[in-house]
Design a protein. Structure first.
Length: 673
């Protein structure tokens, strides 16, 4: 377990080589470029404004991504269930350069796809209006005159709608009340429904104004004018709609024809992602007329490789120096295959800060154990381990983060299988249930190699507390080592040694009490002499904490008060140890739920129908139980790590080493060094 030492690097090269140098650094991916602190006006070195280039590259990237989305909508790509584990496709430098030469052609394809999609969007936006026009004309379909027909020289025609349902007789009665002196009028009901009535009304032209006013008082709304009759207008609208659909389908066919360019569009997304990142860095660099400077951090072990490669390709100056103690140096972890999988767990909390140890190895030692105890079913563990191992073997190009994640669950599965056999759980009590129900052999069962949590819960609880105490004491030991490594020898005694005496003394003293050991179903009680020694150690630890917990205060009275408050921290240790009872709770939950499903499945007996029901209940029940309890074990293992374990020694606060590299989505380049 280690935090890799870093070197500060300063690169000075000719300005004409800056893009080539940056491309080389980006492909190597071992230098984190830092933005130098601006110390004011510099007459020689200035920074160039690359915002416009960045915006342009981001736009090209977004366009290529949008074109891919259009293709995915029109021609969905067939992917397997495990395609997400395939990782990015590797490109050699020659393949990469060949794709770059096709950049302009691919951009034309991208533009064509987007233009066709925009045209389709514009056409499809017209469909709702056409549909509403057709719907509005349907009640008039039996009206055979043009909608704008106004009548003859002596007659006036009014065409429109009235609210609610009306009849010719009811309208005539209402109009007679409004205009009793009117001489002649004619009203024809074109169509009527509960919401409106479409009418064709004729009156003498000299009475048109008075007749129109009376209709408006009844809620009359004039129909839209048209030189066609409704049937002709509907037919024309339908022809327009069909023509638009034909144009949309033609464009869709053109878009579909570009399905084989999906890989090129993905390259375009990655290409402009890399260019945007390069120009982002380019905007940081102080540049003169002929040279440029680049500052950053590189892992110390990679410094020689970096210098040799750059010196072989460019006329360049590369200088290294050790970071100052007060510098905020980025953190890069390196661990063996056992501890590396839990680096993501550590990182999700926080990376080590200045002077802190990398806790990955310690986390790994307990993480797999805690997870295994919580899930504790041999069959579940075997399924987890085998599935993860097969995926790791089959998906060679898997991304590093996903590979670590699956490796962690593979180890967790192995631990789960071990504890499952120790606790006698294989799909719960499935061995006994299947033997008794279908083979009439109730004497066959999978025995617990150590203890059965369901039958011996107090003994299991004692084991969980023991694991918790060891976990916490290892955390205290890590704090002791950190102080010792930083040459804070007294702090190691004050912050860790005295707490070992106090907490350890209290635990040993409790183990000399028959009442306490009997409550936990422990078969051994420590002798009284051990209790006396533990009490002395606890008193020494208590006095030491009182005298040193507030040592930063110069006032003795405040120092003692802070020390007394520090001793109160013993209650925190009590609550932390009690937190490990969740190991028992989740372990029992897994076993009990599995047993319940086994009992449910066997209720119909050992006949053929009972076997079918048992199989269905077995698959569904254990599938749900496994999924839920894997999630529960993962969450609570993280909680015990973050709260109880890290709370004893680890603050974090380090910033991640983020090198200037190829951060692409679909492809990765292989730099031959």
């Amino acid at each position: 377990m280690s935090v890799l030492p870093m070197k500060r690097v300063l690169i000075c090269a000719r300005r004409r080589d800056r893009k080539a140098v940056l491309e080389t650094l980006q492909r190597m991916g071992i230098v984190q470029v830092e933005n130098p602190v601006d110390s004011g006006e510099d007459p020689v070195f200035i920074r160039s404004d690359r915002v416009e280039n960045l915006i342009q590259f981001r736009k090209y990237q977004a366009d290529a991504q949008e074109a891919l989305a259009v293709l995915d909508r029109r021609v969905p790509e067939k992917k397997g269930l495990l395609s997400a584990l395939d990782g990015r496709k590797a490109l050699s430098i020659l393949e990469y350069d060949a794709q770059v030469l096709k950049r302009d052609e691919i951009m034309d394809v991208c533009g064509t796809i987007l233009e066709l999609d925009r045209e389709n969007a514009e056409r499809q936006a017209k469909f709702p209006k056409l549909e509403s026009q057709i719907v509005a004309l349907m009640p008039w379909v039996h009206y055979d005159l043009p909608m704008n027909y106004g009548g003859t020289r002596t007659t006036a025609v009014l065409v429109g709608t009235l609210p609610n349902e009306e009849t010719a007789q009811s309208l005539d009665t209402k109009l007679a009340q409004l205009i009793p002196e009117a001489q002649e009028r004619y009203i024809d009901i074109i169509s009527a429904s509960q919401v409106q009535t479409c009418i064709f009304a004729v009156c003498a032209r000299k009475e048109a104004a008075e007749f129109s006013d009376a209709l408006r008082r009844l809620g009359f709304v004039k129909a839209p004018e048209s030189d066609q009759n409704p049937a002709q207008a509907i037919a024309a609208l339908e022809r327009t709609r069909e023509a638009l659909w034909a144009e949309v389908e033609a464009n869709n066919q053109k878009i579909t024809s570009y399905a084989d360019r999906r890989a090129d569009l993905r390259f375009l997304v990655d290409y402009f992602t890399m260019r945007a990142e390069k120009y982002d860095v380019l905007g940081m660099l102080p540049q003169s007329k002929r040279t440029f400077l680049l500052e950053g951090y590189v892992p110390a072990e990679k410094a020689g490789v970096l210098e040799d490669l750059l010196a072989a390709r460019f006329d360049i100056s590369v200088e290294f120096q050790d970071p100052a103690p007060e510098e905020d140096v980025p953190v890069l972890l390196r661990n063996n295959g056992f501890a590396a999988p839990v680096e993501s767990v550590v990182e999700s909390y926080s990376l080590p800060g200045g002077g802190e140890l990398d806790p990955s190895f310690l986390v790994a030692c307990f993480y797999y154990i805690l997870f295994g105890v919580m899930l504790s079913d041999a069959a579940y563990g075997i399924l987890m381990a085998v599935t993860c191992a097969l995926l790791l073997h089959k998906k060679k190009n898997m991304e590093a983060g996903m590979r670590k994640f699956l490796t962690m669950f593979c180890y967790c599965g192995i631990s789960t299988a071990v504890f499952g056999f120790l606790f006698g759980s294989f799909f719960g009590d499935s061995v006994n249930i299947i033997a008794a129900t279908f083979f009439n052999r109730p004497d066959i069962a999978l025995p617990a190699l150590w203890l059965s949590p369901i039958n011996e819960p107090m003994r299991m609880l004692a084991f969980c507390f023991a694991v918790g105490v060891i976990h916490l004491f290892v955390g205290l030991g890590a704090k002791f080592c950190q102080h010792w490594r930083n040459k804070k020898y007294l702090d190691a005694l004050y912050d860790a040694g005295f707490w070992y005496m106090l907490v350890g003394g209290c635990i040993v003293y409790l183990l000399t009490m028959p009442m306490f050991t009997g409550m936990l179903a422990m078969q051994t009680t420590l002798p009284a002499v051990a209790g006396k020694a533990a009490a002395v150690a606890a008193v020494i630890g208590t006095v030491g904490i009182i005298l040193t917990a507030g040592r930063e205060s110069k006032n003795w009275f405040k120092r003692i008060l802070k020390g007394l408050y520090g001793v109160y921290g013993i209650s925190g240790y009590l609550s932390d140890i009690l937190s490990y009872s969740r190991l028992l709770a989740l372990g029992l939950a897994t076993g009990v739920i599995a047993t319940v499903f086994n009992k449910m499945g066997s209720m119909l007996g050992g006949n053929f129908f009972g076997a079918i029901v048992f199989l269905l209940v077995f698959l569904i029940g254990h599938g749900l139980n496994m999924a839920i309890n894997i999630l529960g074990a993962y969450v609570h293992t993280n909680r015990l790590t973050f709260v109880e374990f890290f709370g004893k020694f680890y603050d974090g606060g380090g910033r991640k080493f983020e090198p200037f590299a190829v951060h692409t989505k679909y492809y990765k380049t292989e730099e031959e060094i």
